[in-house]
Design a protein around this ligand. Sequence first.
Ligand code: ADP
Ligand code: ASP
Ligand code: MG
Length: 814
Amino acid sequence: MKVLKFGGTSVANPENINKVKSIVQSSSKDKLAVVVSAFGGITDVLLNTLQQASEQDDAYKSGLELIEQRHIDAIKELIPVQNQSTILSKVKSDLNILETLLEGSFLIGEITPKLSDKIVSYGELLSSYIISEFFKAEGLNATFKDSRELIITDSSYGKAVVNFEKTDANCKEYLENDKHQIHILPGFVASSNDGNSTTLGRGGSDFTAAIVAAAVDASLLEIWTDVSGMYTANPKLVKQAKCVSHISYEEAMELSHFGAKVLYPPTIQPVLGKEIPIVIKNTFSPNDEGTLITKNTNRGGKTVRGISHVGNISLLSLEGPGMIGIPGISKRFFETLSLEHISVVLITQASSEHSICVGIADEDVDRAVEAVSKAFEYEMARKKIKPVIVEKDLTIVALVGDNMKSHQGLSGKMFSTLGKNNVNIRAIAQGASERNISAVIKKADVKKALNSLHEEFFEENIKQLNLFVMGVGNVGSRFLAQIRQQKKYLKDELQLNLRVIGISNSRTMAFDENGIDLEAWESILSKGEKANKEKFFDTVAHLNFRNSVFVDNTASAEVANSYPNYLKNSISVVTCNKIACSSDYALYKDLKQLAKKYNAPFLFETNVGAGLPIIDTLKNLIASGDKVNKIQAVLSGSLNFVFNNFNDEVTFHDVVKQAQEEGYTEPDPTIDLSGIDVMRKILILARESGNQLDIEQIENESFLPQESLDTNSNEAFFESLKKHEDGFQELFKEAKDTDSKLKYVAQFENGKAKVGLQQIPKGHDFYNLEGSDNIVLFFTERYPNQPMIIKGAGAGADVTASGIFADIIRIGNF
Ligand code: ADP
Ligand code: ASP
Ligand code: MG
C-alpha cells in the first residue's frame, strides 16, 4: 500500500484537482490512501473569518461567502450535472453548520481553541469529500473516509498530541478491511477521546499522511506539493537553490524544523522507525525526480545539505551573577517555559553559566516574559538575576547536514561569510548531533544571509556581484556595454556573475531585482522613476543584496559625499570620480577606514591614468614594503592632447576647442587647463604613497593668464584664449628654440607636490609621449635610479570604463 498526500496548492482549484486525479490514476494499482489538504488558502480564510466574527466584525460574512463560493464552484466544475444535487446539498448543509458556528462566535464575541479547531477542520473535510465524489464520478474505485474516525488525539486543540496506539489500530482495521482501491482522507483533522474535532498543527496534513503510512506499514509515502522536492534553500528566496535528490530522515527533519515548510516537522517521526521512504514530488511537474528521504546514505558525501530559516523569532535571555554555579536554574527556566506550552527553538548558554539564552516564537514572548519574571521573582528582587532581556524580530538561519560533524571549519566559513556581508549575528548554536549550526540574525538580513551562505556552500564556483550604477554618460554607457559583451566570459572563465540591479542618470533611475536587461537599459532607464540620490541609496540599502557594488561614473561632489553611507552598509564603492579622494584629507582617510571596517572595498583606479594600473601598482609596492622617493608624471590626457597638437600653424584656441569637442577634456575645460585635474591626480598618488597632503599645499604655476582662469563660462573662457594667443605662441616658440616639447608635468618629492608646464628636452622619458597618453615614473627604494614606468592611453571613455571594470573584477576576487 502507498500513501499519497496532496497539499493546498495541489488541490487549489478544479484544474489542479484534475492533475491530482491523473497522478493518482497513473500510480500503482495497489491500495492507496490519498490524504488531501484544504483547497489552497482556505485554512487561512477560515481562521481570519473566525477572528473577525469573534471581534463582532460583520466582515466575517464575506469570508464565509468566499468559502461557499470556492466549494460550490468546484463541485459545479468537477461533477457531472446529474450527480451534483446530493453533493451540493451535503456541502451546503456543512456550510450551514459552519455559518451557525461563526454566528455563535460573533454573538458571544469569543473564540475558544475548541471552536477554532471545529471551524478550521471544515477546510479539509469539504475538500476531501468533494475530491472523493469527483474521483467516483470519474470511475475510480474510490471512497471517502473521515480521518477523525481514525486519528485519535488528546484535547490540546490547535496542535493535538496523537494517541498512536488507538490511531494505529483504527487505521489498520479500516484500511485492511475496506475493499476500495483508493481511500480519500482529509489531512490535518483528528478527534479527541471525547469525540471533538482537533487538528494537528498548521501544515499538519503531511503528518496525517505519515501517521497513516506508519500504521499500515506502507511501502512509500509520497508528498505531492508545489515544488519539485526539498531544495538546498527555500527556492522562493534563493533563486540558485537546487533540488536535493536524496536526503536522510534526520537531515530532512532538521531542515524542516528550521523552516523548510515543504515538510511539516513531525512528519518524519512516524515513518522513521519503520524506514518507510518518503518522496517529495511536484504536482505541477510530476516527471521531475523529486527528493527521496530515507535513512542516512550520504556517508562521506556532501557536508552541508541545505540551509533553512525560521522567522519571527525572539531571543529571551536570563542573566545575572546569581546564576553562576547554582544548580537548577536552567531546569526552572525551561520548566517555566514548558508549563506555558512555549516551544524553545534554540538554546545557547555561555560557558561562564552567567546567562542562558533561548530562541522562541515572537508570538510567545509576552507570555514567556511574564512567566519567567514570576518564576524568578525572588532572585530578581535581590538583583541576583537581571530582568528578562528580550530581542524581537529575529530569524534563525541553519546549515544542516549529517556529515558536518566530521568537517572542521564549517562554522568559521559560515560566520565569516555572514560577517563579510555585514550580517550581524545575535546568537549561535550548534546542535549536540552536530547536524546543524544555527545563527540568529536580524529579519531584514535574511535574504542576503541565505543567498550568501548558499553561494558559499553550494555555488562554490560562481560569485554574484550586484551592481548599482550612477552616471551613464560617456564612461557609464561604455561600462554597461563592456559588461554586456563580457558577461559570458566572466561567468565561464572567472566564475563571476555580474548583474546590474540599479542605474541612474541625473533625470531618472530604474531598478530590477533580477538584473536589468543590458540590451535595453536605455529605454528601461528612460521609463524609470525620477532620479533621487537619497532614494537611490535607500533602495540599494533596502534591497540588502550580498556583494553589492555602487559604481559612480559621475563627477558630482554630492555623489562623492554619499560614499560613507554605502560603505557603512558594506556596499563596495568603485568610482572614476576624483572628488572624494582629492578633497579633504579627513574624508579620504575616513573612506579608507570605513572600507576596512565594513569589509567593503573602495576602489578608484580610474582616478589617475584612466584604465592604466597606476594606483594598483602603487598599492602593491607599498604593501610589499617599498617606499616612494619621487613621482614624476604626465597625467593629463587632455593637456597632452592640447600640447601635442599645438604649434605655430594653429591657434591655441582651436586646439583646445578640438580637444573639448573630441571628448578629451572635462565638460568645463578650465578644470584641465588650470591644472586642477592634474593637482587632484598627483595628490591622490601622494596620499596613496602614505603622505598626508591637501590640495592647497600643491604648487601650481599656471601657464594660463589670470583673466582666463577667472572666466565663469565656457564661452568667456574661449574668448579669453583668443585674446591671449600671442602669449601661447611665445610659450611654443621658447620650447621649439631649445628643441624641447611642452608637457604639463606633475611631481611629488620630499613631501611636496607641484604641477606646471615644462619644456622637456629630447631624450627625456616624457619627450615622445603621444596623443593623450599618460606616463608615471615611480622612483622608490627598490627602483632608485631607473624608475618603474607605467605608460599608455590615459584618457577616453573606453579605457576609463575598462578601468572601472577591472576594479569590479578585483572586488570579485576579494
Ligand atoms: P503544501 O501546501 O503542498 O503542503 P507548503 O506550502 O506547505 O505546500 O510547502 C511547500 C513550500 O515550501 C514551497 O512552495 C516553498 O516555498 C517552501 N519551502 C521552504 N523551504 C523549502 C525548501 N528547502 N525546499 C523546498 N521548498 C521549501
Ligand atoms: N490546511 C492546513 C494548513 O493550511 C494543513 C495543511 O495544509 O497541511 O495549515
Ligand atoms: Mg505543507
